[in-house]
Design a protein around this ligand. Sequence first.
Ligand code: SF4
Length: 743
Amino acid sequence: MYAKNSNNLQGKVMNMTENQRLDQIAITVKSHKLLKKLLKENPVLEDIMRNARNETEALIGVRNWVLEYIKGRPVAYGFYRGDEKGRDSFEELTWQDYAAIRLLDYIENAGREYEDLNIRGETAVSNPIKAIWMAVNYGTGGAKPYFFEDMLYLFRQFSGTYSRSFPDKEMLGKWMERFPDGLDPRIVKLREENRERIINILIDKMDSGEIKSSQYCFPQKISHEQKFLKMLDWWDDYKFHLNFAVRSPDLLNELLGNSLDPDTMKILYEAEKQGIPFFINPYFLSLLHVRVPYFAIGADLAMRYYVVYSQQLVDEFGSIVAWEKEDKVEPGKPNAAGWILPTHHNVHRRYPEVAILIPATMGRACGGLCASCQRMYEFQRGNLNFNLDKLKPDESWDDQLERIMKYWETDSQLRDILITGGDALMSSDYSIEKLLGAILDMSIRKKKRNESLPEGSKLAEILRVRLGTRIPAYLPQRVTPELAKILTDFRKKAIKTGIKQFIIQTHFEAPLEITPEVRKAVKMLLEAGWIITNQHVFTSASSRRGHTAKLRRSLNEIGILPYYTFSVKGYMENYFNFATNARAVQEQIEEKVFGRIGRELAQKVSRLCEEPWNSDVKLAEMIYKNSLPFISTDRNVLNLPGVGKSLTYRVIGITRYGRRILEFDHDKTRNHSPIIHKMGKVIVIESKSISEYLRQLEDIGEDISEYESIWGYSIGETEPRLPIYEYPEYDFKVTDKLTNLEV
Ligand code: SF4
C-alpha cells in the first residue's frame, strides 16, 4: 500500500538536495503504527491523504477542511490572519481554535527552510502535511515517531477528542507540597549533616596537604574537634567558600559522599577534559541531597542539574553558537540592535532606556557556574574563567569606567543601569563602592546638564540602578553588614539626585535554595532599602508541576518579588535543561494564574519599591488577606536571539524529529530599538520535542498524565507588565531623539 512509485523516486537520487534525500527515507515501524492510529482516528484526513495525487492537493485538502471550521469562529479567524491581536483575543481562543490556527500556519509555511543551529546550522524544512502524505502513500518522508505523536495530538485537538481540563487550586497546592523549601526544619537538619561531612573531608584534605590555603590554615597541634570548630567559623565567611570551591569532578564526588553514579562521573571527566570550568562552593554543595529524604524525593534536581553538566553540553562545547547576537560588540560599530557602545566588553544594550554594565572586576565571575549559562560560549574560547586573581581590576579600569559613565551621561534615553557580570556582588566592597560612587556622580552631572536644555530636548535622567546577582542563592554569606552599609549609603545619597528605584535582581532556581542564610542576607538587603526581584530560569527540572509556583511562594515569604520566568535559551548544548515553550505557556495558564493580582493589589505591590523594608511581612499579609497561594508578579518569557524578551509566538512548523518551530513577535508592551521594524519576526527551533521533554520528566519520576494538555499549547502571548516594573514619570519632557544608534 505504501510502495507507490518507489522506483521513480530511486531514479532521482542524483542531484538531489539533502531534504529530497530525507524524503526518501522509510519511516520506522513505530512511526507506521502512530500513522495508522492517526488515520483511524481521523477519517477525513485519511480521505484527503489517500485521494491527493500530490503534496499540493494534500495541503489544499487539509486547508479547506480547517478553513471550514475556523470561518465559523470570527475571533480565531481574525487571530490567525493577524487582524485580532493581544491578550484579550488570545484569551478568547478555544482549545480547538489553537489547533486550527496551528494547522493553517503549518500549511502557510509549508516547505519553508530554516537554518537549524541545534544541528550545527543544517537546514531544517517544515512540511508536516507533506510528511504525512508521503508516509501514507510511499511509507517514506523520514518523519520520526516524535513527529507523529505531536501530529496525533494536533488532530485530536482539532477534532475535539482531546480536551483540556484545568487544575484547581487544591491540585496546585498538592503539587507545590512536593517541593519543600530550605527553611523546612527537616531540610535544615539534612544540610547540617551535609555541612559536617564536607567540613570533615576538607579538614582531612588540608591535613594531608592535598588542599592548601594561605588565608585559611590551622594553628599547629590542634585537635580535629578544634579544627572542626574553626572551619565552622570560616563557613560564615564568603571568602572561605570561594577559596575552597570545588574545581574538579573527583572532589565534587568526594564532597557529595561519593554519591555520583559512574555515568555522571564519566560525563564530568569528559567535561573537565574539554575545558569546561568547575566552580561549586562548599555552601552550595551542602544544599544537595546525598541521602534522598522520603519527604522530598527529587526536590533538589533543579539545583543539581544547574551545576552538574550534561552529556549534550560536553558534546557541544567547542561548537556553541552565541544566542544573544546583540552581545557581540565592536566599539564604534552598531551591535545587532543598532546601538553603538563605548567599549568592547563592558556595556551591552538592547533597549533605549537601559544598558548593562559589566565591570572589569571580580564581578565577571560568579559564585558558581550554571550549566545553562550563556557564558559557556565565552568559556569555550578560554575567556572569563574562574581564575579569580586574574579577574581583579587593573589600572585601566578607572579610565574605562570614566568613558562608560560618559556614555550614560550623554545618552538621550538611558535612565536605567544594570550592573551585572558575571555577578555584581562578586566584586569587592571597594569596587562596588567605587562603581556606585561613579554612578552617583554621573547621575548628578546628567541632571545638571539638563538644567540648560530646553523642554523637549532634555535627556533622560537616571531613575533606576540594579545589581544583577545570583550571590544570594550561591553564597548568601557574601551579603555582609559592610556591603549592606555601602548599599544603604548609596541609596540615601542617590535619592537626592532623583534616582528612585534600587533593585537587587537575583536568580533563584528552586525553593530548596531558600535557606536560613538566604533569609538573613535578604533581610539585610531589604533593610538597606533595595527591593529584590527574581529572574528564574525555567529548566526541565524546575518546570515540574508546582515547582515554580512553590518557588514564587517561598520567594514571597522572604520578601522577594518574582520578575521573569525565562525559558532556557541556547541550542543543543542546553538540550538537557531546556523545557519547551509549550510547558512555559501551560505553567502560565494553569499554575501561575492562581497568583494573578488585580489593579488595587498591584498598586500596593508597587509601593514596595519606595518602602522595601519588611517586604516579607507585607507580602505575607497580601497573600493571606487575598487567599492567594503566591503573588505572581513575573512574566514568562524567552530572551530572543535578536532583540528583547517575548512569549508572543505561534508554532508555525515542526521538524521531522518533532521539534517545534516557533515564530516570535516582539513584546509590544515596551520600547525597542527601531531596528525591530527591519528585523521582523524571530524564528526559534526548539532543541527538544514535546515527546522527548515528557520522557525526560518521566525519567525523573513525574506522572506525565499530569502534563497531558501540554501538546495543545502552540500559541503564546506575553503577559502585561506590572506597574512596579515601570519607570517613574519625569516632570519634564524628554527628547524623542535617540543617540548612540545607527540602524
Ligand atoms: S550566575 Fe548568571 S552569569 Fe553566573 S554562571 Fe549563573 S547564569 Fe551565568
